[in-house]
Design a binder for this molecule. Structure first.
Ligand code: MF3
Ligand code: CO
Length: 248
C-alpha cells in the first residue's frame, strides 16, 4: 500500500528534506584531501542536533552512524572511518533525517579536490540521470517510467545500473512502498498519483553492474573495482508536477 501525503504533510516533509539538503551542503564544504569520513559524520550529526532533527540512519538495523560514506568503488553503505580522503577520490554521501514525524533522504557524490575526467563524467551522468527520471514523477505516469529514464540515460553513456538496490517511497517511515528500481521497461507498475513522495536514487557503476557486500555487513562495493556514483532526492508528486523537496 502506498501512503499518499496531503499538501500539509508534504510541507512538513519539505522541512525535513531541506534540513537534509542543508547538512549535505555543509558536508560538501568540508570535503577535502586529509579529512576523514568520521569527521564528516560528526559534522552531520552535530548539525542535525543543532537544527532539531534526528539522524535517521543511526540505529537503523544497528547502523552506528549518521552518514553513509562510500569512496570510489564503494557503491553505498560505506561506514565512516578514520581513513583520510585523498585528492582524486570520489565520495558518495547518503544522509537522512527525521523531523516532526517525517523523514527526508538524499545522497550526492562529491569529488575530493580535482578528480579524473572519467570520474567527473560518471558523476555528471549519474546526477543527470536522476534529474531526467524526476521529470517523470508526474500524476498519470507509471512507476517504471522513472526507472526507465535512469537506465536509458546512463546506459547510452556506457555505464551500468546497480540492480541489487532500489529507491523507495518515504514519509513517516524511511522506507515505504513502492520500491523504485533504476532499470526497466517504461509504462509498467503503479500509476503515479498526487501525494506520492518518492526517494529516487540511481546507483551507477563505471564498469559492470555487479556488486557485493563486504565482511563488515554494510559496505557494498563493485565486484570489478570500477568506480560508482550515487545521487538521491526526495521528490513529491503534485498536480503541478514533481517538487524536489531535498533541492537546496
Ligand atoms: N540511505 C539508504 C536509503 O537511501 C538507507 C541507509 S540505511 C543505513 O534508503 F542503515 F544504511 F544507514
Ligand atoms: Co534512500
Amino acid at each position: 500500500m502506498i501512503v499518499l501525503k496531503s499538501p500539509q504533510e508534504i510541507e512538513r516533509m519539505k522541512v525535513s528534506s531541506q534540513i537534509v539538503a542543508q547538512i549535505l551542503d555543509t558536508v560538501r564544504q568540508n570535503v577535502k584531501p586529509g579529512v576523514t569520513t568520521l569527521q564528516l559524520d560528526e559534522v552531520a550529526e552535530s548539525e542535525a542536533l543543532r537544527l532539531g532533527a534526528k539522524a535517521a540512519f543511526k540505529g537503523y538495523s544497528g547502523y552506528k552512524h549518521a552518514l553513509c560514506t562510500s569512496v570510489n568503488s564503494q557503491v553505498i553503505h560505506g561506514i565512516p572511518s578514520r581513513l583520510k580522503l585523498v585528492e582524486g577520490d570520489i565520495l558518495s554521501v547518503d544522509f537522512g533525517i527525521l523531523c516532526d514525524g517525517f523523514y527526508g533522504d538524499a545522497a550526492v557524490t562529491i569529488p575530493v579536490g580535482s578528480v579524473s575526467v572519467s570520474a567527473t563524467r560518471l558523476l555528471a551522468a549519474t546526477r543527470e540521470s536522476l534529474y531526467s527520471a524526476i521529470e517523470f514523477a508526474r500524476p498519470g505516469n507509471r512507476l517504471s517510467d522513472i526507472s526507465h529514464a535512469v537506465q536509458k540515460y546512463v546506459e547510452s553513456r556506457g555505464y551500468s545500473v546497480v540492480r541489487d538496490y532500489v529507491g523507495h517511497g518515504i514519509g513517516r517511515n524511511l522506507h515505504e512502498s513502492p520500491q523504485i528500481p533504476n532499470y526497466g521497461l517504461p509504462g509498467k507498475g503503479v500509476r503515479l498519483k498526487v501525494g506520492m513522495v518518492l526517494a529516487i536514487e540511481p546507483m551507477i557503476n563505471e564498469k559492470g553492474a555487479a556488486v557485493m557486500t563486504l565482511e563488515d555487513g554494510w559496505t557494498t562495493v563493485t565486484c570489478d573495482g570500477g568506480l560508482s556514483a550515487h545521487f538521491e532526492h526526495t521528490v513529491a508528486v503534485t498536480e503541478n508536477g514533481p517538487i524536489i523537496l531535498t533541492q537546496l
